[in-house]
Design a protein around this ligand. Structure first.
Ligand code: TMP
Length: 219
């Protein structure tokens, strides 16, 4: 059982448009109502240097090879850990992060299939040390559902037609990303919780809250 009173890192993973950020906000609201310090963060792009790396990584004008892409995500993570995650954990906060180490294993390793996943595992460990997630929610939904939502979000925010470099990839790539997260979840059952994300927002939140409460022994 994880300790609720001290700092803890919880990551949210899944394909584009699976609803991670909505669910992070709902969980944070509930925890803050219980007087808990919650830090919401995301990758890539949570620090000033990271914001620049994010812009480069998502720009369709560039198509770096898999190793270059991997190193850029790791640079973003290292800075994120130093500036945001480690200090928050030391204060005893709960850190809810939208994508983290598993996205790299899945996107750059499993789905791109150009860098050995065991190398990614080693580099991830080097970059984050002990700041590994205690609990990871995979919001699972079929790729067409997620991509449909991502498109809808772009329309609402006025960036219709400006899909980023990852959204432009084929459906097979996104399906493979989905499978990658499910593979990880099968291997590391203690840390992962797979949540069916093709449902109403409140129903998904209820499941996340139930799993969170069990893990941290909250009544
Ligand atoms: P976002 O859309 O969830 O903000 O994530 C931006 C994109 O970056 C998304 O397509 C997934 C991708 N990504 C990786 O490929 N590797 C990583 O390590 C991370 C954190 C994100």
């Amino acid at each position: 059982m994880a300790a609720y009173g001290s700092g803890s890192l919880i990551s949210f993973e899944g394909i584009e448009g699976c609803g991670k950020s909505t669910q992070i906000i709902l969980l944070a609201k509930r925890l803050r109502a219980a007087q808990k310090e919650v830090v919401i963060s995301r990758e890539p792009g949570a620090t000033p240097l990271g914001a620049k790396l994010r812009a480069l990584l998502l720009d369709p004008a560039y198509s770096p090879d898999a190793l270059t892409e991997l190193l850029l995500y790791l640079a973003d993570r290292r800075e994120h850990r130093r500036q945001v995650i480690a200090p928050a954990l030391q204060r005893g906060a709960l850190v809810l992060v939208d994508r983290y180490v598993d996205s790299t294993w899945v996107y750059q390793g499993f789905a791109r299939d150009e860098v050995e996943p065991s190398l990614i595992e080693k580099l991830n460990r080097l970059v984050v040390g002990d700041d590994w997630p205690k609990l990871t929610f995979v919001l699972d939904c079929p790729a067409p559902v997620g991509l449909g939502r991502a498109r809808e979000r772009n329309r609402e925010t006025g960036v219709e037609g400006v899909a980023d470099r990852f959204e432009q990839r084929h459906l097979d790539f996104h399906e493979s990303v989905r499978q990658g997260f499910l593979v990880l979840a099968k291997v590391e059952k203690e840390r992962f919780r797979v949540i069916d994300a093709d449902r109403e927002i409140e129903t998904i939140h209820d499941d996340i809250w139930r799993e969170f409460s069990l893990k941290y022994a909250i009544n």
